[in-house]
Design a protein around this ligand. Structure first.
Ligand SMILES: [Zn+2]
Length: 87
């Protein structure tokens, strides 16, 4: 998350989900939004950069889905549609 201060106020100018530890799904934006709305700074209303994480059920590695291709970059197996990439 990136912050900027202008005209005496803090704003959020960047929010991303690429955390390789937690690997949050893109729908985690709703929790981020609730937290930001509670605290008050203006924010972009969405992730400014987001990635889709999935854990391969064949080899167990976590992959980033690229160009909507749900294929494991490690073993080539199909990745699940539903998020499963948590710790
Ligand atoms: Zn795999």
């Amino acid at each position: 998350m990136g912050f900027a201060r202008a005209a005496g106020r803090w704003t959020v100018h960047e929010v991303t989900n690429p955390s390789t530890g937690y690997c949050p799904d893109t729908d985690s934006w709703h929790a981020v939004r609730r937290a930001l709305d509670r605290v008050g700074p203006e924010h972009p209303g969405r992730f400014t950069h987001e990635v889709v994480f999935r854990r391969c059920e064949e080899c167990g590695e976590r992959s980033i889905v690229r160009e909507a291709e749900f294929v494991c970059v490690f073993c080539g197996s199909e990745l699940p549609v539903a998020w499963n990439a948590g710790p």
